[in-house]
Design a binder for this molecule. Structure first.
Ligand code: C5P
Length: 201
């Protein structure tokens, strides 16, 4: 049995947390597609050409421990605007989506470009101040020196770049269920996501 759940949304909206919980609930595999772009961004910061970095990407790079830094976040959203980088990552994502046993993929263009036929699509969002607050707390807990204002600005810059790019911009698929988590606890958001997926099964 294959069953694909596509989860899209802006930075720090809770996609990752919800996707992991949904995958555990249904026994599906989970792919955080942002990590692919982060790995390409990190390799660009190492000095590689981003298209070459995407075309030669090996999955062991996804284990690098610097993929969540603010520098890599910014680099990821820059390389993600390059059509050849996106094209190089399509087959891997589609093969993952088609694996037996079900799959949850989270990203920006899963429901619109990678898996437009996915039976269940969610667009997880929250206000930019709520998202920046969550990301700021994560970074502070990880010992990264930054301020809330810096994180809010970086979140807005990344949203603008992800939404304005010509190739696969961030936007909900027409048949996506919109989940605004601004006022929800994690448990509430996961329950709403599970209910939305059940309704499409
Ligand atoms: O999801 P995450 O914040 O880790 O993604 C990092 C960056 O990778 C995003 O800002 C976006 O530019 C890019 N991305 C993308 N398409 C995806 C996943 C991530 O363009 N499917």
């Amino acid at each position: 049995m294959t069953f694909t759940v596509a989860v899209d949304g802006p930075a720090a909206a809770g996609k990752g947390t919800i996707s992991r919980a949904v995958a555990a609930h249904f026994g599906f595999a989970h792919l955080d597609t942002g990590l692919l772009y982060r790995a390409v961004g990190a390799r660009m910061l190492d000095g590689l050409d981003p298209v070459e970095a995407a075309e030669t990407l090996q999955t062991d790079v996804l284990q690098r421990d610097d993929l969540r830094t603010p520098q890599v976040s910014e680099a990821a959203s820059k390389v993600a605007a390059i059509p050849e980088v996106r094209a190089a990552l399509v087959d891997f994502q589609r093969a993952f989506a088609a694996r037996a046993g079900g799959a949850v993929l989270d990203g920006r263009d899963i429901g619109t470009v990678i898996c437009p036929e996915a039976p269940a699509k969610l667009f997880v969002t929250a206000s930019d101040t709520v998202r920046a607050e969550r990301r700021y707390r994560e970074l502070a807990a990880a010992g990264v020196e930054t301020t809330f204002d810096e994180v809010l600005q970086a979140t807005r810059d990344r949203d603008a770049r992800d939404s304005a790019r010509a190739t696969a911009p961030l936007k909900p698929a027409e048949d996506a269920k919109i989940l605004d988590t601004s006022q929800m606890s994690i448990d509430e958001a996961v329950a709403a996501a599970v209910a939305a997926i059940e309704a499409r099964r």
